[in-house]
Design a protein. Structure first.
Lengths: 292, 322, 374
């Protein structure tokens, strides 16, 4: 069925055309490309030994200079180097925890939307419970119980942030399930699995994609907050840099180069993901576009 | 030979805290190679009855029988039943997943049932539904088709399972006048070529006249008149059938019934049509001496027989002397 | 010239060209893929108190034409020609004048009454709205008027306090009609007013529409794909195909004796119950409506036409007198004929070469306003 794959490719090209028309989405995508490239290339271009407190070469709390374009921290490490290596941790945790959150949210949402009656009621009560729990406190407690490490932070963020996604997916699932083609599929003999995978999932997938992008932004903020509050992954991340700057009184001592770069990086990447997510929503969600 | 049968079927819903008797005792049969039209206003329970016959609703009491055996509602039994009885839905546009090509839409049934020779099956189903050459339609998306073509794709999707019975719910209601005849002719041709039986649910008496062998007129959950189309539609016995026929645009003397469509949560006592009955209101029922029974005595449920039957006290007495 | 039929809607004093006159009206939608001609040169006249039915399938341009009458089309539509409503050119009106005209002179009953009513406002308020907006009544007077209007459409006065969802489909359509009547318009445009309704409710609504326009001098333009419904309600019919009129004439004549094969197909689509010719023989029209961007050359109906001649592929015929007496010397220049059809078979000699008034081009360029006989 080469003609079908050709149609698929055509659809992809149309998607790209429509996405390109979203100017803010293009800015967001550009920022993301830069951030992801930096994170990927850092190990190839820089030496991680500079992150070791004992092997730091610079002066303590030195302002930006030629050798250290963004200055140094309290141990004489290069802020630029820490930002670059920190981007790896922040992005990785952001992506993984958003992925986890989306998987849980989608499974719960589709299941609750597809099976009416008590399974749906039970799932939605659990969702409501997670929705009203103070996410940050729960994540802090989880991180404390499970011990440090990247996977712990990912788990803590993922497990606490899926509830709103589940609600969204459930609403969309209910809308899809009301379509006559789902009834037709049932009459053709399709079971639960068939309806959920062939009709519901492809129809909620665009929403999932757009929502994931927004969730990544939230996850990066949560990671930074957790790190700032002390629950870090044991490696330099943007959040833990902010924590360090706070601990060493960077603001009061006027060491702006210690505070601003990690803060601005968080803002830029979160903004970029939000812009991309909104643009994807507009392109993929026909209701926002007006005409399907 | 009776193929599909409803035996004393009752279906109930709870609507805003009240019990609605959507289908309230119906006997209906569809024979092999027979086209039966189920006619009535919206809210009369005809779509609920059709969904029950498809196994999408479970009757509160009574049974659906296929080939003499009562339908069971286990997942496996229902799946096997789907290969025999298929649906032609009302709205072909909504019934096709906009993300699926014509090929995928028609292949859905064979894939679910794991039938061999998918490509050939899809091609033959499409050409039997009048979309030729079938290969040309494989990669097309529903929005690129006209309304009539979409309905043909939906019919092809049903045919791909080689069913014995089609249950068509208002198959042409959402189509243009010019396409309507083509789709109805297709149903007739499928009967002639494949021996398909069909139950056509409609509010359109002209459709029944066009293609059906027998017609059953439904009012408020019950069949009030049934029989061969020529007999029932040329010489209707039930006042409700008479009224329905009289308001067709071509009719010389319309009897426009007052009031709103009946409410299945409030079924009147006696004959359920009596509050709107023009024969009772006109005093003819009183002349015949049946008005008391019309208002208070429930009618018995019509049996499913090939001949003409009518559930009306007045028709019984006025027909008797003939 | 009046309709030969005597039916409820006909008023003997009805005069042609009275209320509404369309001259060569064309509507073109601009789209990314190019211009889409939806209506291609329609000329029509509607007398005071006359009921005109416009028939055609989806895509024939019938709804576009109706919306163009009150300039209700989206901005992407370009309307050319002349639309004279009561002697005033609608296309030249200022917005203020147009808004006044929209309720007071002509109003629209849309199809799908559940979407045209605001779900969160009581129906009484919605009926009174045009009266108050146009300062045609004080709030107190508007309330009594709402009661009056509801009575006229057969609804009890307490229904004014209901919300749309509390009404059935037929009742909502009645409310729509009450709204249309509120400012006592001269013209009502009803777009598929009964399409989604059951036969019995449809009969109720049609009876209501007929009784309301009869004897009040209100003109009606009713749009539907069901020729039998139009024939039962209207004095005259106009059948549209691919953006043009293909047949006009008195209802009964068009419905029972259509001269254009397309009108005939529409008329036969809904059978007469009891007519054994249609028993087990549903009749329809093969093929699909043409793509307005790629109209066939010649007569745009010829690819689907059961009686097409070879010449139809290049020869486009205008509306031509089609009264039931072919021997009569036919001339489009003489007094306006009551029954016209745009088909080669109504010409005195179908096989003859192009008449002076017919075009014999290989292709009809899309968007070119076609010339129609008046």
């Amino acid at each position: 069925m080469s003609d079908v794959t050709a149609r698929r490719r055509e659809g992809l090209a149309r998607f790209w055309r429509e996405y390109r028309a979203q100017r803010s989405g293009m800015y967001g995508a550009a920022i993301l490309v830069v951030a992801v490239l930096a994170a990927l290339l850092t190990p190839l271009l820089t030496d991680p030994s500079g992150l070791d407190v004992t092997r730091a070469t610079g002066e303590k709390m030195a302002p930006p200079s030629l050798g250290f374009p963004l200055g140094t921290d309290e141990s004489g490490r290069s802020i630029l180097l820490m930002i670059l290596w920190g981007s790896r941790v922040s992005l990785l945790i952001g992506f993984l925890s958003a992925l986890l959150s989306m998987v849980i949210g989608t499974v719960v949402g589709i299941t609750a939307g597809h099976f009416r009656g008590w399974p749906s009621a039970v799932l939605m009560r659990i969702t409501d419970w997670f929705l009203v729990l103070p996410t940050l406190v729960l994540a802090l407690v989880l991180a404390a119980i499970l011990g440090g490490g990247t996977s712990t932070i990912v788990l803590a963020i993922g497990v606490t942030s899926w509830a709103s996604t589940a609600r969204l997916i459930r609403a969309q699932t209910l809308a899809v399930e009301a379509r006559p083609y789902v009834e037709r599929s049932r009459v053709l003999g399709g079971g639960h699995w068939h309806v959920m995978t062939r009709h519901v999932l492809p129809n909620v997938a665009p929403l999932v994609l757009a929502n994931t992008t927004l969730t990544v932004a939230g996850a990066i903020v949560t990671e930074s907050t957790l790190a700032f509050l002390g629950a870090d992954a044991g490696q330099a991340s943007w959040g833990s840099m902010l924590r360090g700057s706070y601990d060493w009184g960077a603001v009061t001592s006027g060491a702006w180069w210690y505070v601003l770069p990690p803060g601005l990086c968080i803002v830029a990447v979160v903004l970029a993901f939000t812009l991309c997510g909104r643009a994807l929503e507009v392109v993929l969600n026909p209701r926002l576009r007006g005409v399907s | 030979m009776t193929l599909l049968e409803a035996v004393d079927v009752h279906v109930e819903f709870t609507s805003r805290g009240r019990r609605a008797r959507a289908v309230d005792g119906v006997n209906l049969t569809v024979g092999e190679g027979e086209i039966v039209a189920l006619v009535g206003e919206s809210g009369c329970g005809k779509t609920t009855l059709a969904r029950t016959l498809l196994g999408l609703e479970r009757p509160a009491s009574g049974a659906v029988r296929y080939g003499g055996a009562p339908l069971t509602y286990s997942t496996r039994a229902l799946k096997a039943y789907r290969r025999e009885v298929q649906l032609v839905p009302q709205d072909p546009t909504g019934s096709l997943n906009p993300r699926h090509t014509v090929y995928e839409a028609v292949a859905e049934g064979p894939r679910i049932h794991g039938l061999p020779g998918e490509r050939e099956r899809v091609a033959s189903a499409l050409s039997r539904a009048g979309l030729r050459p079938p290969e040309r339609f494989f990669p097309v998306y529903p929005h690129e088709l006209s309304g009539g073509q979409r309905q043909r794709v939906v019919i092809a999707g049903a045919l791909a399972l080689d069913p014995k019975v089609l249950v068509a719910d208002e198959p042409v209601a959402s189509l243009d006048a010019s396409v309507r005849g083509e789709i109805l002719a297709l149903l007739l041709r499928l009967r002639a070529e494949l021996g398909l039986s069909a139950l056509v649910v409609t509010h359109d008496l002209g459709l029944a006249w066009n293609i059906a062998d027998r017609v059953a007129v439904m009012y408020l959950g019950r069949i009030v008149e049934s029989g061969p189309v020529e007999q029932v539609l040329s010489a209707p016995s039930h006042p409700y059938t008479q009224a329905l026929l009289s308001v067709l645009p071509e009719s010389p003397a319309p009897i426009v019934l007052g009031g709103e469509p009946p409410d299945p949560t409030r079924v009147p006592g006696g004959c359920r049509f009596h509050p709107r009955c023009q024969v009772l209101a006109g005093g003819k029922a009183a002349e015949a001496g049946v008005d008391g029974r019309c208002r208070s005595q429930p009618l018995s449920i019509l049996p499913a027989v090939p001949g003409s039957r009518v559930a009306c006290y007045f028709a019984e007495v006025s027909r008797a002397p003939l | 010239m009046t309709s030969p039929e005597t039916r409820p809607g006909t008023r003997p004093e009805a005069r042609r060209g009275g209320l509404l006159e369309l001259r060569d009206v064309a509507v073109t939608y601009r789209s990314a893929a190019g211009d889409v001609p939806a209506v291609r040169g329609v000329s029509l006249e509607l007398a005071e108190g006359e009921a005109l039915g416009v028939a055609g399938e989806s895509g024939s341009g019938k709804s576009t034409l109706a919306l163009a009458l009150l300039r209700l089309l989206p901005k992407t539509a370009r309307v050319t020609g002349e639309i004279m409503l009561d002697g005033e050119d609608v296309l030249a009106m200022t917005w203020g004048r147009l808004r006044a005209v929209r309720w007071a002179s002509a109003s629209v009953v849309f199809q799908g009454a559940q979407h045209a009513l605001n779900p969160v406002r009581r129906v009484g308020t919605q009926i009174a709205e045009p009266l108050l907006v146009h300062r045609m009544a004080t709030p107190a007077r508007a309330r009594t008027r709402v009661t009056e209007l509801l009575e006229q459409v057969g609804l009890p006065a307490w229904r004014a306090r209901s919300y749309p969802h509390e009404l059935s489909g037929g009742q909502r359509q009645r409310v729509m009609i009450a709204m249309a009547l509120a400012c006592e318009p001269q013209l009502i445009i009803a777009d598929e007013p009964t399409t989604a309704l059951d036969v019995m409710i449809q009969a109720q609504v049609l009876t209501l529409i007929r009784s309301l326009i009869a004897g009040r001098g209100i003109s009606l333009i009713m749009i539907s794909h069901d020729l039998s419904v139009l024939a039962a309600t209207c004095d005259r019919l106009a059948v549209m195909y691919a953006g043009r009129l293909v047949e006009t004439g008195p209802s009964r004549e068009v419905f029972t004796g259509a001269r254009h094969p397309y009108s005939r197909a529409l008329a036969e689509a809904f059978p007469t119950v009891g007519d054994f010719a249609s028993r087990m023989a549903p009749r329809g029209l093969g093929g699909d409506p043409p793509d307005p961007m790629r109209l066939p050359g010649g007569c745009s109906f010829h690819p689907r036409c059961p009686v097409a001649l070879p010449s139809c592929a290049w020869r486009d015929v205008e509306l031509w007198p089609a009264d039931r007496a072919p021997e009569e010397p036919a001339s489009p220049a003489s007094s306006a004929p009551s029954h016209t059809a745009a088909c080669v078979h109504v010409l005195p000699d179908p096989e003859a070469g192009p008449e002076p008034e017919t075009t014999g081009e290989d292709e009809t360029p899309a968007g070119r306003p076609a010339k129609e006989s008046a």
